[in-house]
Design a protein around this ligand. Structure first.
Ligand SMILES: [Zn+2]
Length: 293
């Protein structure tokens, strides 16, 4: 019996996988590893300590946008010292008694130093006040359970209460399977909150980051008045491999990437991270009513 040839060492195989542009949302471990080693996972350029941060966590060689934690995102985005976090105390329970769920949550909380897969609060961009929600893919794949949905809905409704525009950064693999039907209910809850914001005449700006999939795309992710995306972000409902298996056809290489979705009219603009703050400030200025004080 001959063993199937797998094509070289483990390292060689990993490197070949990294060069494939069509990455799945589950490449997070690989990418986190590459970032720790200060190497771009796509062009393999060595990145000096501090160089990545100075360059908005974008590879200077190939413009690959590294995934950000909510804290990094907020630091790059809002005016210094303007952010006040809300609903930090909301923590996840185990409504279906899913085996090992509480332990997993505790472990991820320790690793990420986050309470859940989204950070919400109020801050300002170039002086324009906003209610902000930033999701984290590092926290259980950014999956949307009850607390994530509740925090996002509350951040949107804070916009109604405080008469502020709302900005949401998505990063998610979809619904959280450990919470079953309760996860799916979050789609209706967040979508209804977005509806309330619209009724109040306030804008919702959504920024889709890598990756945004499943229930998040299928709810508030696609309900923004203006939908922006970071370059090269994977955005869709079901993953490309699932689709290929269903329709039995090969999909285009850039299928479900920001640029493809821009071309097909799903999103309004692909914005490089360096320009995101000024583009959002422009949108806020254009869509915010002047205050009467
Ligand atoms: Zn690169």
């Amino acid at each position: 019996m001959t063993r199937k040839r797998t094509g070289g060492s483990l390292l060689a195989r990993l490197q070949r996988r990294r060069t494939r542009r069509k990455a799945s949302p589950f490449l997070i471990r690989e990418r986190t590893l590459a970032r720790r080693k200060h190497q771009c996972p796509f062009c393999h350029r060595h990145i000096e300590e501090g160089e990545l941060e100075k360059n908005f966590f974008v590879c200077p060689e190939c413009s690959h946008h590294f995934r950000l934690s909510p804290r990094e995102r907020i630091r790059l985005l809002v005016d210094p010292d303007s952010f006040r976090e809300t609903d930090r105390e909301l923590t996840t329970l185990n409504p279906l008694d899913f085996p090992g769920y509480e332990e997993k949550i505790r472990r991820v909380m320790n690793i990420t130093e986050l309470g859940e897969a989204v950070v919400t609060g109020v801050g300002a961009i170039e002086g324009w006040e906003i209610s902000l929600a930033v999701m984290s893919f590092q926290f259980m794949g950014g999956s949307m359970g009850s607390v994530v949905g509740e925090k996002i809905a509350r951040a949107i409704l804070a916009g109604v209460r405080l008469q502020l525009p709302v900005v949401v950064f998505t990063a998610s693999g979809g619904a959280r399977m450990q919470e079953g039907i309760f996860s799916l209910m979050q789609m209706a809850k967040t979508a209804r909150a977005a509806g309330r914001l619209e009724e109040a005449g306030l804008p919702l700006f959504v920024v889709l980051t890598d990756p945004t999939m499943g229930g998040v795309t299928a709810s508030f992710g696609m309900l923004g008045d203006v939908t922006l995306a970071e370059p090269g972000a994977l955005i869709g409902f079901a993953g490309p491999r699932v689709l290929e298996g269903t329709i039995k056809e090969k999909l285009p290489d850039d299928f479900q990437r920001s640029e493809f979705l821009l071309h097909s009219g799903f999103i309004d603009r692909v914005v490089e991270r360096e320009k995101l703050r000024s583009v959002l400030a422009f949108l806020l200025k254009a869509h915010t009513r002047p205050r009467l004080d």
